[in-house]
Ligand binder design. Structure first.
Ligand code: SF4
Length: 392
C-alpha cells in the first residue's frame, strides 16, 4: 500500500510499441507487429498498471508510441477497464496518439466513454508524395476524414503533428500544408524539423548522398510555421508547440500558458515526476529516473513473472537534475521565473547559472529581468545549444 503521507504521482505515460509499418525517419522503439504479441503486451501492461496504481492519481495521461490507435477495440477495453478498476481514470487531460489510418467511430466512442479527451494525430504532411517519402501509411484524404470523425465523435481538443524540412519539400509545399492544416482549426499544433537519427532509412539515404540538407531553408520554414500559426490564432508556448487560448477572463498562469497547451508535456518541461510504462518508456519519480527494457518480449516476460520490466534506474544528484530541469524549461517561451525554478529544484538559477545567463543575454539569445530568465525569439531557434550550457 502507498504511504498516505507521500503525495501520489499525477502524471502517467504509456508507450505502445507497435506500428503498421516503420516510417523512414523513425528511431522510436516500435515494431511492425500484430497478433499474439499485441495480446501479450496488453496483459503485461495491465499487470504493470496494477504494480504502480497505488502510487498514482493521474491528472494527465498520455498514450504514445508507436501507434496506440492500432490496438483493437478488445485490447483497449481490457486496458481502460483495468484502469477503471484501479481508479486511474478521471484525468483532467487524457491524450491518445492516433494515426489517421487507424481512427474509427467505435474506437472513439470507447475512448470518450472512458474519459479520453484529447487526440494527437500524426499528420506530418498533407502532400501525398512526401507522405510516401516518409513511409507513412496514411493519405491526405484520410487525415481530413479522420479529423471529421473526431469532431463528429465530440473531441474538442485535437493536436496535429506536422514535420518540416523533409527531403524534397519546397517552401511552396510547406506553405500549402500549413494553409490546409490551419483551416482544420485544431486546438493544438506540434511541428518538428526532420532529424536524421542513426539506423533509420532516411539517415542512410543522407549518408549515401541521395539528398542534401538545406539548413537555411529549414530556418525559413520554421519562421513560416510561426507566422502561419500566429496568424491563425495559435499561441506559441514552446519551441515546437502552439495552442489556442479559449479560456477568456481567467488570470494567466505564471507561465502564461494558453488554455489548450498540453498539460502532460508541460509537466516534463517543468521537471515534474511521472510514471512511464510500456517497453522503452522512461519515468522520473521523486528524483529517480528509470527506463524499461526496449524489447517487447522481454517486457512481457518480466511482467508475466510479476516484476516491473526496468532495465536501469539511477538517482540523479540534485545539481545535475536541476541543470536538466533548467535546460528543459528554457524550451518554453515563458522561460524560467526564478521563484518557480527554486520551487522545482531547490536551486537559485541566479546563483548557479549566473555566468551562462550573462553569456546568453550578451549574445542576444536571452533576456532577463528581476523575475525571470527566458530565451528570445532568436535564442529559441538555438535552444538546444543554449540548454546544453545549463547541464552539470
Ligand atoms: S508511426 Fe510514429 S512511431 Fe510508428 S514508425 Fe511512424 S513515426 Fe515511428
Amino acid at each position: 500500500m502507498a504511504n498516505p503521507a507521500v503525495l501520489r504521482i499525477t502524471s502517467l505515460y504509456v508507450h505502445v510499441p507497435f506500428c503498421a509499418q516503420k516510417c523512414a525517419y523513425c528511431a522510436f522503439y516500435s515494431e511492425a507487429s500484430g497478433g499474439e504479441l499485441v495480446n501479450r503486451y496488453t496483459a503485461a501492461l495491465v499487470r504493470e498498471l496494477e504494480l504502480v496504481a497505488d502510487d498514482l492519481k493521474p491528472k494527465t495521461i498520455f498514450f504514445g508510441g508507436g501507434t496506440p490507435s492500432l490496438l483493437n477495440l478488445r485490447q483497449w477495453e481490457q486496458i481502460l477497464g483495468a484502469m477503471e478498476k484501479l481508479n486511474l481514470l478521471g484525468a483532467e487531460e487524457f491524450t491518445v496518439e492516433c494515426n489517421p489510418a487507424t481512427v474509427s467511430a467505435d474506437k472513439l466512442k470507447l475512448f470518450s466513454d472512458f474519459g479520453i479527451n484529447r487526440i494527437s494525430m500524426g499528420v506530418q504532411s498533407l502532400d501525398e508524395k512526401l507522405l510516401d517519402r516518409l513511409g507513412r501509411i496514411h493519405s491526405r484524404e484520410m487525415v481530413f476524414k479522420s479529423f471529421d470523425i473526431l469532431r463528429a465523435s465530440g473531441f474538442e481538443n485535437i493536436n496535429l503533428d506536422l514535420m518540416f524540412a523533409i527531403p524534397t519539400q519546397t517552401m511552396e509545399i510547406w506553405r500549402a500544408t500549413l494553409n490546409e492544416a490551419m483551416a482544420m482549426q485544431s486546438e493544438h499544433l506540434s511541428s518538428y524539423e526532420v532529424i536524421y537519427e542513426d539506423d533509420t532509412p532516411l539517415f542512410e539515404q543522407l549518408k549515401a548522398g541521395e539528398f542534401t540538407v538545406d539548413e537555411n531553408l529549414a530556418c525559413e520554414m520554421y519562421e513560416e510555421l510561426i507566422s502561419h500559426a500566429t496568424n491563425a490564432g495559435f499561441h506559441q508556448y514552446e519551441i515546437a508547440n502552439f495552442a489556442r487560448n479559449k479560456t477568456f477572463n481567467l488570470q494567466p498562469s505564471i507561465f502564461n500558458l494558453p488554455s489548450h497547451a498540453c498539460k502532460h508535456n508541460v509537466n516534463y518541461w517543468r521537471g515534474g515526476s511521472f510514471y512511464g510504462l510500456g517497453p522503452s518508456a522512461t519515468g522520473y519519480v521523486r528524483g529517480v529516473r528509470s527506463k524499461n527494457w526496449s524489447n517487447t518480449q522481454l517486457y512481457c516476460d518480466q511482467l508475466e513473472k510479476g516484476k516491473r520490466a526496468i532495465e536501469s534506474s539511477e538517482e540523479l544528484p540534485p545539481l545535475r537534475r536541476a541543470g536538466e530541469i533548467a535546460a528543459f524549461g528554457l524550451r518554453m517561451n515563458a522561460g524560467w521565473p526564478f521563484e518557480e525554478f527554486e520551487r522545482a529544484t531547490d536551486f537559485d538559477l541566479r546563483n548557479e547559472w549566473s555566468m551562462e545567463m550573462n553569456q546568453l543575454t550578451e549574445r542576444g539569445w536571452a533576456s532577463r529581468d528581476n523575475e525571470k530568465f527566458q530565451l528570445t525569439h532568436q535564442g529559441l531557434r538555438f535552444a538546444d545549444s543554449a540548454a546544453e550550457m545549463f547541464l552539470r
